[in-house]
Design a protein around this ligand. Structure first.
Ligand code: GLT
Ligand code: MN
Ligand code: MN
Length: 390
């Protein structure tokens, strides 16, 4: 073991929580809150005590939507005082473009030009707040950007309005000298029946159509790809490959259900392990944000048990990833899985000569099909490692 035996997190681990995550009061579509709200400075102090690195927020997690300018300043300065006192950072900020009834049919993709303009105004104000608090990443989760009635005929217009808004906000960030990197967070559905840009792949495709694509990346969330029956680890690998993993939302989820936002690693231990291994092996250095919340059954003590649990499970899986990489038997099985052929690899670099030579090659198709790659063994060794018997 290289880690302290109780896997206590420290700020160097770069774990973050949203004010809305540990602050979740346990409301659901069928039931009232089961917990009282915790004020933001208290959340900051408690997260710092638990060893987190930072706290993220929507504008209205901190400042109520109807606060006066004087109230805003008072709330923000109390929050900043708690940050200074604890050393906790605000690496990411975002806008609530889903809670207010004005956004019931979308914000940047509303068919009402006045709503689209208000969404831009609210986001600029929220970007000002995020910058004031030191945020470098700006997340855009389009919870209400979607539809139930596609007979409305707005699908292509909606994508155009979305694009125009993102281009506007990128220019605003640059003109103010904020230097934000924007991270689009995809989700397939909920609260809308269908949300636009539903997957990591869709977001990556859309980013390529923006005026300043370099300023945009993704904020994938474990629960969101999983809801759609997709493999989250594959989505994150694609984001890394594209150089677009700007931020990540860690939690857990049963496939095919409503957005559960479970404690990280609560449900799918192998998936969580492979994700941690992917992030660690590829030296992901951004914040590791737990976008999850304690079960509605819990009291405040349960909330902090939940928060500690997210971080500890990550650290335990990080230690498992280290063991996996150091395990001679596992590494030998991984090596045996790959078959190298220097001569054929050279032919795979295109030139007219190589193409001709490759066409002239003879392959023993039956032998290629007969080879067992040893994947059952690799998977079983992984399971044994995770179950703690290796
Ligand atoms: C909301 C959503 C999350 C997003 C947040 C950012 S808010 O809780 O379910 O996945 O990350 O807007
Ligand atoms: Mn979620
Ligand atoms: Mn999220």
């Amino acid at each position: 073991m290289t880690h302290t035996s109780d896997f206590t997190p420290t700020p160097d681990d770069r774990f973050t929580f949203g004010l809305w995550t540990v602050g979740n009061v346990g409301r659901d579509p069928f039931g009232e809150p089961t917990r009282s709200a915790i004020d933001a400075p208290t959340i900051v102090r408690k997260l710092a005590e638990l060893g987190a690195y930072g706290v993220n927020l929507h504008d209205n997690d901190l400042v109520p939507i109807n606060a006066s300018a004087a109230e805003r300043d008072q709330i923000v300065s109390a929050f900043k005082a708690a940050l200074t006192e604890t050393g906790l950072k605000v690496p990411m900020a975002t806008t609530n473009l889903f809670g207010d009834p004005a956004f019931k049919d979308g914000a940047f993709t509303s068919a009402d030009a006045r709503v689209r303009a208000y969404a831009l105004q609210k986001t600029m104000q929220s970007m000002d707040l995020g910058h004031e608090l030191g945020a470098a990443t700006y997340v855009l989760w389009g919870g209400r950007e979607g539809s139930e009635v596609d007979a409305s005929g707005k699908l292509l217009d909606a994508l155009g309005w979305f694009r125009d808004s993102l281009n506007f906000l990128a220019e605003y960030s640059e003109s103010q000298g904020y230097g934000y990197r924007f991270a689009l967070e995809p989700k397939p559905n909920e609260p809308r029946a269908d949300i636009f840009l539903p997957t990591v792949g869709s977001a990556l495709g859309f980013i390529a159509t923006l005026d300043k694509p370099d300023l945009f990346g993704v904020n994938p969330e474990f629960a969101h790809e999983t809801m759609a029956g997709l493999n989250f680890v594959h989505a994150v690998a694609q984001a890394i490959d594209a150089g677009k993993l700007f931020h990540i939302d860690l939690n857990d989820q049963k496939m095919g259900r409503f957005d559960q936002d479970l404690r990280f690693g609560a449900e799918n231990i192998k998936g969580a392990f492979l994700l941690v291994k992917l992030l660690e092996d590829n030296h992901y250095s951004g914040p590791k944000h737990f976008d999850a919340h304690a079960l509605r059954t819990e009291d405040e003590a349960g909330v902090w048990t939940f928060a500690r649990g997210c971080m500890q499970t990550y650290l335990i899986l990080k230690e498992k990833a280290r063991q996996f990489n150091a395990d001679a038997e596992i590494q030998a099985a991984l090596q045996a899985y790959r078959v190298e052929d220097a001569e054929l690899s050279q032919l795979s670099e295109f030139s007219p000569e190589n193409a001709a030579a490759l066409k002239a090659q003879t392959f023993d198709r039956a032998a290629l099909g007969a080879r067992g790659p040893g994947l059952e063994r690799i998977d079983q060794l992984t399971i044994e490692l995770l179950l703690g018997v290796r």
